[in-house]
Design a protein around this ligand. Sequence first.
Ligand code: ADP
Ligand code: MG
Length: 260
Amino acid sequence: MNTAPILTVRNLKKSYGILDVLRDVSFDLHRGERLAILGPSGSGKSTCLRAINFLDPPTSGTITLEGELIGLHPNGKDHRSATRRKMTARELAPQRAEIGMVFQLFHLWPHLTARENVALQPRKVQRMSSSDANHLAEAMLKKVHLGHKLDEYPGRLSGGQQQRVAIARALAQKPKVLLFDEPTSALDPELVGEVLNVIQELADEGRSMVLVTHEIAFARRMADRVIFMDAGVIVEEGPAREVLANAKEPRLRKFLSTVS
Ligand code: ADP
Ligand code: MG
């Protein structure tokens, strides 16, 4: 059995000018594991997810996916310094495809239909034919229960439907891991359930995923493990049920009392 973590995050640091947003964050994600990241607003959760796929490269630290270094050339040193050389956007594209990302604010193209939004990456990056990409898009949209909205534009979809299109788009990349950044926090309360249901279905398929969320009840139900971040560091982590029922760290207890 392969027990090596699918994703490793090691000594991740990120600064914006003098602001140290991530201060040495390390964790693993195991194959099929569901990891929830909790933490107050501004604690660095989104920065951490954006660093993992090099949307916003870390200042230092390393990320590996199935043992492969993300965003950096393994041996290529920058000629001006001792640090590893960063990949170009073109070199990064196939690695990014292996990391499916779902954002708080969906980020769909407004001028493309649901199907076109989902088919875009398979056509452009995976170099599928239009017809294959369209078929894949259709299958992924059906999977998120949007088979009846294939040719609808985002502006004519509810927030919950738009987020499900964004999930279908992430799935069409055939990612090895899924990263969700507060996928329901921009939604009206009555639309949260349909998105959480889809995420639960993906979890039930055994996908490896990291979920940043304020939905504590959902995290308790779905996550295997929880990480609590505050001010750019992990202050508590452990099995979801244990950590959420019996938080040791006062900052986590305070956080749980404000969101639950
Ligand atoms: P969270 O997702 O936990 O709410 P973020 O990762 O979005 O936190 O932000 C952490 C901190 O980093 C905040 O203080 C935020 O203002 C700052 N920050 C995030 N992105 C940038 C950026 N592009 N430039 C400068 N500061 C940023
Ligand atoms: Mg955030």
